[in-house]
Ligand binder design. Structure first.
Ligand code: NDP
Length: 448
C-alpha cells in the first residue's frame, strides 16, 4: 500500500523537527503538522525566551558588585517592555530559522491541527493525508492546581507577554519553572513570594542543591513560604488577594500570580482512540524505541512524560528516525541525563542524588565529597555567595555516580562533567585530572 508520506510528524517542536530532519537525511518523504508557531515550547515560551530573561536579570547583580571592582555606576533603570520586545523579536527570528530548516530538508509543512482518523490517516483541518509511520511530538501544556480563583493566575506561557513588570509577584510551585521565574523577577526588582508545599524547592534534586539554592535565593531577598499552599485567590481593586494555608497562614496581595504547578501532555483532540494508541497516566505509553502500542505510531518528548527536557526530546526523535529509516537500531538512553536550573546562581546535576544512590547501592556503599566555599569573584564584593559542589561515589567500584553543583555557570560545567560520568569515570579518574586554576570547577578534581 502506498502512502502520501513515509513519515508524518505531528508537532513542530524540538523533538518533532529533529526527527523530521533526520528522517529526510535517510531519503524519507516527510510531512509535519503544526498549528502554532514552529519551535514548540522551548523556542516560543520556554528555554530560549526564559534564558534571555535570565541574562537580563544577571545585570542587577553585576551592577551591585561593580563599585567593589572600581567601577562608578551612574543611575540605572530597567525597562520591562524593552526587554520583552527584544525577547519576542528573537523568538520571531528563530521561528523563521525553523521554517528555513524545514524547507531546506524538504519537509512539507501543514499549518493546522492534525487528528487521527485511523492508524495511517490524519485529518488536518479537513484535509486527509496518509503516512506509513506517524510520530506524535505534541509536547505539553501548563496545568493549574485546583484552587478557588486560580483563573486569575497566569501560567509560564504568559510571562513573555506581560505588559508591565509586576511589582508584587507570587509564584506557586517549587519546580524548575517556579524557581527560575521567581529568581528572574526578584533580581529585576519585583517583590517576590514563592509558595511551595514542601520544605524545600526542586523536589527530586539532591538535597544539598535544594537546601543550598533555597538559602542563597532567600539571602537575595526572595521570600519562600515553605510547606504552604494557596487556599484561594480573589480579585480586588488593590490586586489579587491570596489566602495561604499550612506553615504560613497569611493574606498576600499580588499584582501577578504565576501558577507553576507542572505540565501535562497535550493530548486533547488528537483522536488517539481512533488509532488505538494507549494513554497511561495522562501520557502516551511508549517502549524503549518510543513506539506506542500501535507498531507504526511513535511518540517522543513531553507528550510521553519521560524526562521533559528539550535535548531529551531531540535525542528521542533522532533515535526514532535512525532506527526506522537509517537501519540503526538506536535506543535513547535516559540514564545520566544532565539538567540545569537557570537560577542565579545556577543549579546543575547529573546522575544519582545522594539519596537515590544510597537507596540503590546501599547506605554504606556511598561516599560523599562536598565543598562549600566563596569563589574568588566574591572576595572583593560586599555581596557574598557560596558555591556548592558535590560528588556521589560508589566506594566498591570507585565510580562517580552523580555530580551536583550550585554556582555560577553550573550548567556549563555540568555539561562537561556529564561526559565522564556517562562513560563510567571513577573518582581516581577525577583525581588524576589536572585542575584549571583559579576556577570554581577545579574543586571537582581536587575534593578529598
Ligand atoms: P515541576 O513538576 O518541575 O514542578 C511543579 C511544582 O509545583 C512542584 O514544586 C510541585 O510540588 C508543585 N505543585 C504541583 N501541584 C501543586 C498543587 N496542587 N499545589 C501546590 N503546588 C503544586 O513543573 P514545572 O511546571 O516547574 O516544570 C515543568 C517541566 O518543565 C519540568 O519538569 C522540566 O522538565 C521542564 N523545565 C525544564 C527547565 C530546565 O531545564 N531548566 C526549565 C523549565 C521547565 P511537589 O514537588 O510537591 O510535587
Amino acid at each position: 500500500m502506498s502512502y502520501d508520506y513515509d513519515l508524518f510528524v505531528i508537532g513542530g517542536g524540538s523533538g518533532g523537527i529533529a526527527a523530521a530532519r533526520r528522517a529526510t537525511e535517510y531519503g524519507a518523504k516527510v510531512g509535519l503538522a503544526e498549528f502554532d508557531r514552529l519551535g514548540g515550547t522551548c523556542v516560543n515560551r520556554g528555554c530560549i525566551p526564559k534564558k534571555l530573561m535570565v541574562y537580563a536579570s544577571h545585570f542587577s547583580h553585576w551592577l551591585e558588585d561593580a563599585p567593589d571592582y572600581g567601577w562608578s555606576v551612574g543611575d540605572t533603570s530597567f525597562d520591562w517592555q524593552k526587554l520583552t520586545k527584544a525577547v519576542n523579536g528573537e523568538v520571531d527570528r528563530l521561528n523563521g530559522v525553523y521554517q528555513r530548516m524545514l524547507d531546506k530538508a524538504n519537509v512539507s509543512l501543514y499549518e493546522g491541527y492534525a487528528q487521527f482518523v485511523d492508524t495511517h490517516t490524519l485529518d488536518i483541518d479537513g484535509e486527509k493525508i496518509t503516512a506509513d509511520k506517524i510520530l506524535i511530538a505534541v509536547g505539553g501544556i501548563p496545568e493549574k492546581a485546583n484552587i478557588p480563583g486560580i483563573e486569575h493566575a497566569i501560567v509560564s506561557d504568559d510571562m513573555f507577554t506581560l505588559p508591565t513588570q509586576p511589582k508584587r509577584f507570587v509564584v506557586l510551585g517549587g519546580g524548575y519553572i517556579g524557581v527560575e521565574f521567581a529568581c528572574i523577577l526578584n533580581a529585576l526588582g519585583s517583590q517576590v513570594t514563592q509558595i511551595i508545599r514542601r520544605p524545600y524547592i526542586l523536589r527530586g534534586f539532591d538535597h544539598d542543591i535544594r537546601e543550598h539554592l533555597q538559602g542563597t535565593l532567600t539571602d537575595q531577598g526572595l521570600q519562600v513560604l515553605d510547606e504552604t499552599e494557596i487556599a484561594s485567590i480573589e480579585k480586588t481593586q488593590d490586586g489579587l488577594k491570596l489566602a495561604t494555608k499550612g506553615n504560613h497562614e497569611e493574606t498576600i496581595t499580588a499584582d501577578t500570580v504565576l501558577a507553576a504547578t507542572g505540565r501535562i501532555p497535550r493530548l486533547e483532540k488528537l483522536g488517539l482512540d481512533k488509532a488505538g494508541v494507549e494513554v497511561k497516566n495522562g501520557a502516551i505509553a511508549v517502549n524503549d524505541y518510543s513506539c506506542t502500542t500501535v507498531p507504526n505510531i511513535f511518540a517522543v518528548g513531553d507528550c510521553t512524560d519521560r524526562i521533559n527536557l528539550t535535548p531529551v526530546a531531540i535525542q528521542e526523535g533522532r533515535a526514532v528516525a535512525d532506527t526506522e529509516f537509517g537501519d540503526k537500531n538506536r535506543i535513547m538512553s535516559h540514564e545520566n541525563v544532565p539538567a540545569a536550573v537557570f537560577t542565579s546562581p545556577e543549579a546543575a546535576t547529573v546522575g544519582f542524588s545522594e539519596a537515590e544512590a544510597r537507596k540503590q547501592y546501599g547506605e554504606d556503599a556511598i561516599k560523599i565529597y562536598r565543598a562549600r566555599f566563596g569563589s574568588t569573584y566574591f572576595s572583593l564584593t560586599q555581596r557574598k555567595e557560596k558555591v556548592m559542589l558535590k560528588l556521589v561515589v560508589d566506594q566498591n567500584s570507585d565510580r562517580v555516580l552523580g555530580a551536583h553543583m550550585v554556582g555560577e555557570a553550573a550548567g556549563e560545567i555540568m555539561q562537561g562533567l556529564a561526559i565522564p560520568i556517562k562513560m563510567g569515570a571513577t573518582k581516581a579518574d577525577f583525581d588524576a585530572t589536572v585542575a584549571i586554576h583559579p576556577s570554581v570547577a577545579e574543586e571537582f578534581v581536587t575534593m578529598r
